[in-house]
Design a protein around this ligand. Sequence first.
Ligand code: F6R
Length: 609
Amino acid sequence: MCGIVGAVSLRDVTPMLTESLYHLEYRGYDSCGIAIIKNGELHRIRGTKRISELQKKIQKNNLHGISGIAHTRWATHGSPNINNAHPHFSGFSSKNASIAIVHNGIIENHEVLRKNLSKIGYRFKSQTDTEVLAHLINYFYNGDILKAVQQTIQHIKGKYAIAVFCKKEPNRIVGARNGSPLVIGIGKNENFLASDNVALIPFTKKFIYLEDTEIVDLTPNNISIFNTNGIKINKKIQIEAINSDVNELGIHQHYMEKEIFEQPKIIRRLLKNIKSIHPELFGYQAPNIFEKIDSVLILGCGTSYYSGMIAKYWIESIAKIVTSVEIASEYRYRDTIPNPNTLIVIISQSGETADTLSALKHAKDLGMKNILSICNVATSSIVNASMLSYITQAGLEVSVASTKSFTSQLFSLFLLTLVLAKLKNRLTKNQENLFLTDLKCLPKSIESIFSMRKDIEKWGRYFACKKNIFLLGRGVHYPIALEGALKFKEICYIHAEAFQSSEMKHGPLALITKNTPIIIIAPKDKLIEKLKSNIQEIKVRAGELHIITDSNNFNIQKNINFLKISETCNSLSPILYGITFQLLAYQAAVFRGTHIDKPRNLAKSVTVE
Ligand code: F6R
């Protein structure tokens, strides 16, 4: 989704801004642009192609300057064309424009503001809500860009992170946030702003994270931060040890491939901190909070929602605590019956998903304050707004499709299950040891899936030319069927539907024809005999069957393809089937030649509703 970067320095900032844009590419975008003050004038270059094309234009135009802002745009208001690309200017012609702005988020009252500004003579060149901001800042500008931004903010409704500058104050950038992330990067004789610290990795390790309604005023040697009331505040500087090579592909063809293969390493890293099962793993306040809760409500979107669905099976069967799971965007607009003793578990890779963050705030507003976030970004808005957090430590996930973050979420949720079960006296010492052994065997079991890569590749080649695929699963493996289908949709652009195998005869069987490929997840569990009957129902209707199983008890029948998984780690088996689907969808996408890491229309961090 949109990415912001800004820099004020004593040296040329153009190469830094361009490099930062490359680091923001992973978020997904459909246009990009940069604005610089050169020889006392604002200059802007925008494009609807990749950053590399923008860079060529920057070089061709010999664009240099000591302060600038840049942006990657994921279209919301107005189609992805040059006129709508950021930065937006305000002035009555772009030549004498004095204000430039980049913006993430959505200004909800942009229509009425646009009308009012048009009436007093402002002309709009784009369909964006951002241009409204540019003109409003221009309207309030009276020699001090900070004051103009502070006044503007009083008049807007909605979510935003902005970076603004004015040609009359060439070495000053002002940033503000409300609902969209914004981080300050601290350099030597230079300072930066960005929507994501990843953008600034090459230039600094020192960051200050802005909170909602805060405003920052940056010059090369000064950082002033103000709260809603305009009072100057001090904020903690955080040192982030992010390697500048996190963005390197290494031996891999795609980030998705790299990230799938990182999974054993990530699980080993998480395991290092776990010697026994105890609530403090989720924060020092966790024992008190977990003690008093009587139910769990899990909220998330997309893949994070599916990991929540799996956790429901685990928590109810092992910890025996009533658990519900909801899509975050639905929960916040639904009438619910709040229970202050519910543990709210917020799942998000990015920690910035607008729907999930709003659901968190909604739960809080309803009086449910026991909030635990399971998140990959320690400095994110969701972690910030939560009482407890568990950081999944999956490292930067560049590919839009979640892979390693899904697996590390599941690991964390299983750990939470064990902690809750132990605290509620529903876990014997023997069971605890067995579950810990399962967790410890996970990295090796994941590697055993990787050793099947050649077979998975053959399956991938086969499914690559299909138009529709059905995936079936039961119980805790049904969410894996949903997640597998999501992966086929996202990166292969193949229509894939997931069903509980037991539900087929209640409707979906009508879709089965001679050439309808069906992938069945068939784990060796208590439902396997039932599943075998479901398989027969499909087989006699001539469905094309492909079975992924760890069971040795299947009769290898003609016309059924089998993929045999050797290890499952018992209750953790959904993780292994999930990784099998990641690799399968990846291989199919390779054969289809799609944009695997940046699928069409999708963004990594969904910071708008
Ligand atoms: C799918 C995928 C998305 C995200 C969803 C939530 O591969 O990546 O469905 O899971 O957008 O994002 P987070 O977890 O960042 O809140």
